[in-house]
Design a protein around this ligand. Structure first.
Ligand code: PEP
Length: 250
């Protein structure tokens, strides 16, 4: 299966000085991690995060990027800007972007393309609403989001795509998918990648689970055969909890 990756999504939390303090707290706790460790910070924290993580095993992610290289897009940030700063990763298609900021599958695909062109690694978020799960269309929704987001992405470029399966009903709600539910959908997504590319690409792709993963439930979720890591919101803001999740990713 794919390489284990544990990524924190800090969302709109932490000022630059608070970000520096949290990273300083996280650093010694994850220095012996056997998985990749990433912190996804607000744009204004990127510089301080890059400085604080220099020479460590912690990567830095932005939480979005625009699809254009430059232009009249007030307040937006391009993938090229992130790349030049030294940022390695970008989260794209988070459900909060889709839900509150009009992000669509098509713009997710455009942003993925721009991020890859700039040399970034993408954490691509997909996941169903509760209503869709209840309608029995979880696999279809996740397949559709994955297929559209990956349009124009080559098999070689898949080495720079991490997929985060995040059921919307589990994000920030304290309601976690069961380990079986998480594994089932991650396995479905892997089948979609196998059909789009081939079995080797599917096996090598990191597929994370995200949605109220915490220090208490991480080990069980991460032990599932098709779960290769986690995208962590709330629990990534507490250094000991984040470190416990990192340690569970073996
Ligand atoms: C997220 O923001 O991607 C997330 C999974 O949040 P939480 O862990 O708080 O549910």
């Amino acid at each position: 299966m794919g390489k284990y990756v544990i990524a924190g999504n800090w969302k709109m939390n932490k000022t630059p000085s608070e970000a520096k303090a949290l990273i300083e707290e996280i650093k010694p706790l994850v220095k012996d991690a056997t998985c990749d460790v990433i912190v996804g910070v607000p744009f204004v924290d990127l510089q301080v995060a890059l400085e604080a993580t220099a020479g460590t095993n912690i990567g830095v992610a932005a939480q979005n990027c625009h699809w254009a290289k430059s232009g009249a897009f007030t307040a937006e940030i391009s993938a090229e800007m992130l790349k030049e700063m030294g940022v390695g990763y970008v989260i794209i298609g988070h459900s909060e972007r889709r839900q509150y900021f009009g992000e669509t599958d098509v713009t997710v695909n455009q942003r993925v393309r721009a991020a890859l062109d700039a040399g970034l690694t993408v954490i691509l978020c997909v996941g169903e609403y509760l209503e869709q799960r209840e309608q029995g269309i979880t696999a279809e929704v996740c397949a559709m989001q994955t297929k559209i987001a990956l349009q124009g992405v080559s098999a070689d470029e898949m080495s720079r795509i991490i997929i985060a399966y995040e059921p919307v009903w589990a994000i920030g709600t304290g309601r976690t998918a069961t380990a079986e539910q998480a594994n089932e959908v991650c396995a479905d997504i892997r089948k979609v990648i196998a059909a789009l590319y081939n079995d080797a690409v599917a096996a090598a792709t990191t597929i994370q689970y995200g949605g109220s993963m915490n220090a208490g439930n991480a080990a069980e979720l991460l032990a599932q055969s098709d779960v290769d890591g986690g995208l962590i919101g709330g629990a990534s803001l507490k250094a000991p909890d984040f470190a416990t999740i990192v340690a569970a990713a073996k």
